[in-house]
Design a protein around this ligand. Sequence first.
Ligand SMILES: CC(C)(COP(=O)(O)OP(=O)(O)OC[C@H]1O[C@@H](n2cnc3c(N)ncnc32)[C@H](O)[C@@H]1OP(=O)(O)O)[C@@H](O)C(=O)NCCC(=O)NCCS
Length: 157
Amino acid sequence: MVGIVNDTQVVLRPARPEDSPQLASIAQEAYGKYLDLVDEPPAPTLLDYEDVASAGRTHVAVDAGEVVGMVTVEPSDPHLILRNLAVRPSCQGKGIGKRLVSLVENMAQVANLKGVRLWTRAEMSDNIAFYERLHYAITHSEQTAEANRVFFCKELG
Ligand SMILES: CC(C)(COP(=O)(O)OP(=O)(O)OC[C@H]1O[C@@H](n2cnc3c(N)ncnc32)[C@H](O)[C@@H]1OP(=O)(O)O)[C@@H](O)C(=O)NCCC(=O)NCCS
């Protein structure tokens, strides 16, 4: 895990086991808007957040002592995969998602990886606009019986 990022209010730090209830509720709230768009609950709403919080691959955003966002990474040489980025809806639009993505990019650079890869469901069109805004390029899409996914990559210099 790379270091803690801090500014006036929101602090980014590695997740701790005691964060798990807040992580579960962020997932339910943040992905809740997609329940009508996809056939089955989004995968992040089904995770065991005690496992997620203790696996050492998740960072959280904390605002005034409350966990308000999270992001998980998965190494996949030569890239870092960004998984499960979510911000509590009441805290969205304040730059927290962007900071969590920057943290992942920083982790990839520190690890001498080429860049960051991720994917999202095609139905989640908000995410496509969000990642394009952060200069992620669509590499391909993939339709399977389970899902239609759009894949992104950002190569880091
Ligand atoms: C995606 C998500 C994490 C974004 O978090 P956020 O904290 O609201 O995003 P930010 O405030 O940091 O926005 C960063 C930039 O993206 C832009 N942006 C945010 N949402 C956007 C959207 N739906 N469409 C286009 N641009 C968007 C912002 O305007 C901002 O642009 P700026 O840098 O010019 O100011 C949040 O909406 C979320 O939790 N969504 C539900 C869970 C989810 O689908 N996660 C992604 C899984 S792949």
